[in-house]
Design a binder for this molecule. Sequence first.
Ligand code: IPE
Ligand code: IPE
Ligand code: MG
Length: 228
Amino acid sequence: MSKHILKHLAIIMDGNGRWATKRGLNRTKGHEEGAEIIREITTCCANHPTIETTTFYAFSTENWKRPKLEVEFLMKMLDKYLKNELTTYQEQNIRFQAIGDLSSFSKSLQKRIRETEELTKSNTSLTQILALNYGGRAEITHAVNTLIKQGKSRVTEEDISSALQTPYSDIDLLIRTSGEERVSNFLLWQLSYAELYFTPTLWPDFTSEEMLEIIENYQQRTRRFGGI
Ligand code: IPE
Ligand code: IPE
Ligand code: MG
């Protein structure tokens, strides 16, 4: 049996809060630890022979429901993360892209995101997409409205796929950490035939070794896409 090629990996990074609470720490400490893991996983993906794109769920359209202080912390952390990561992106030839509605973010954070995209746009080893203020339903609705604005009165699946924000739409493998077994409004359209893997590991404890084991598991699966 030939091994499935893994091109697009999506990750729901969950469990930062529980990781911190378990240690008697503030939830924000869990987010800080979590950010370090993104770096490790990204580097591992950039060196992987077949992965072309990774999409990480960093902030959902529903995460605004969290306490104001936690939301503010996450925004500051994102800005700091992108500022620090620029050297890594350039050294490792990684292209950064964001998906989601950035208009709710501060002007300076929007600028940081756009600049990071611009400065890394010619990098080719990996495209790292961060989903920021992202919701799958919002993305599909936005795509349909874009098509209506273009004058379409009937749309095809291809039309919708190409109007989505995610540059390479189909996900091969979705990993969610922390034991929750749901998609929480992530990439609803792009996940239609993805293989799903749920691990109890909390995101700050996730490692590249575990990811490589999960990829090994993915490669043993039978992907039928409706065929036999
Ligand atoms: C994921 O960890 C990070 C974000 C959603 C920003 P959580 O903050 O959801 O951690 P838990 O689920 O509360 O443990
Ligand atoms: C999903 O995690 C969103 C991100 C990881 C950014 P949540 O922790 O927000 O999801 P629910 O609320 O448990 O479904
Ligand atoms: Mg959570």
